[in-house]
Design a protein around this ligand. Sequence first.
Ligand SMILES: Cc1cc2nc3c(=O)[nH]c(=O)nc-3n(C[C@H](O)[C@H](O)[C@H](O)COP(=O)(O)O)c2cc1C
Length: 332
Amino acid sequence: MLSPHTLSTPFTKLVGLSAPIQLAAMPGIATADLVAAVADAGGLGMLGAPMMSRALLERVLEQLSERTKGAFGVNFLIPFLDLECVSVAARRARVVEFFYGEPDPRLVERARAFGALASWQVGSLAEAVAAERAGCDFIVVQGTEAGGHVRGGTSLLPLLSLVLDTARVPVVAAGGIATARSLAGVLACGAGAARIGTRFVVAAESGAHPSYVEALLAASATDTCLTEAFSVLWPDAPHRVLRSAIAAAEALREDIIGEETQPDGVFPVHRLSVVPPTLTTTGHVEAMALYAGESVGNVSSVQPAAAIVSELVTGAERLLRDAGRFLGGRDG
Ligand SMILES: Cc1cc2nc3c(=O)[nH]c(=O)nc-3n(C[C@H](O)[C@H](O)[C@H](O)COP(=O)(O)O)c2cc1C
């Protein structure tokens, strides 16, 4: 059931949403359950598909189509790109999105060939301009506050302002947004939606390991840091994690620190691997990649995704309506 929210933006109209919220793609964490729950709540659910086989991606997307009438998309990380998977996603998803590489018109064309919308998450003004020039239908601007891999070197508001001054397509804001106040803030700036990761890592439908969730609930913004520590499988790519995870990993000596069960087998988790701990992970969870944005300080309880969407949207609506009081000297 789509909720009857009233925050309508060029982005929500383009994608067909009732909530100006995009779930961040988080492989292993943003499970099909979480993607469907956000889509059902009127937001855009995003599935992360790095290293997913074509057959598995096809199966998951088919199941998602059966489970939700809402909108969902697929995110591809350029260093792990499988072109055939892009075509599979383009046939079945509303949005096909790319991250961590130069915007490429050929990829955008492939994504749009079957009617999907194409987007690119960017970390600089130059990359935003290139994404629009490549033909993207919308752009996601990521600030350095963000959890997970971080593309650029500027925090959200300065970069968002620059991009909004030049972009002609809808812009989604990412990094550090976990409350109704921060959602209202970026919407008031002119963004079409917020892309939210860390807050949804602790959603009831998340695939995050319970110890990872507990660590996030206890942490504040200053407990996170930008690092290149978790670089096995993906070197030279800065990411924001809980600092405690780096210390725990450095204290271990063994190369294999746990195991993870996936649909196609059981895999070892290497020390300093990029893979975050999920419900099927065993071993030294505290020493794995505990991705967290600065928004982690605003994350204090486990809730169903629909409750998170509803809290953010109704709160932002109220704040934006209240902010109108200050216009025209009507605040007295
Ligand atoms: C656990 C985790 C995994 C992530 N994985 C991806 C990914 O695979 N692709 C991607 O485009 N962004 C990824 N991101 C970054 C998000 O897209 C987004 O920029 C970020 O979550 C926004 O900041 P926030 O965490 O403060 O909400 C990830 C973020 C987290 C927290």
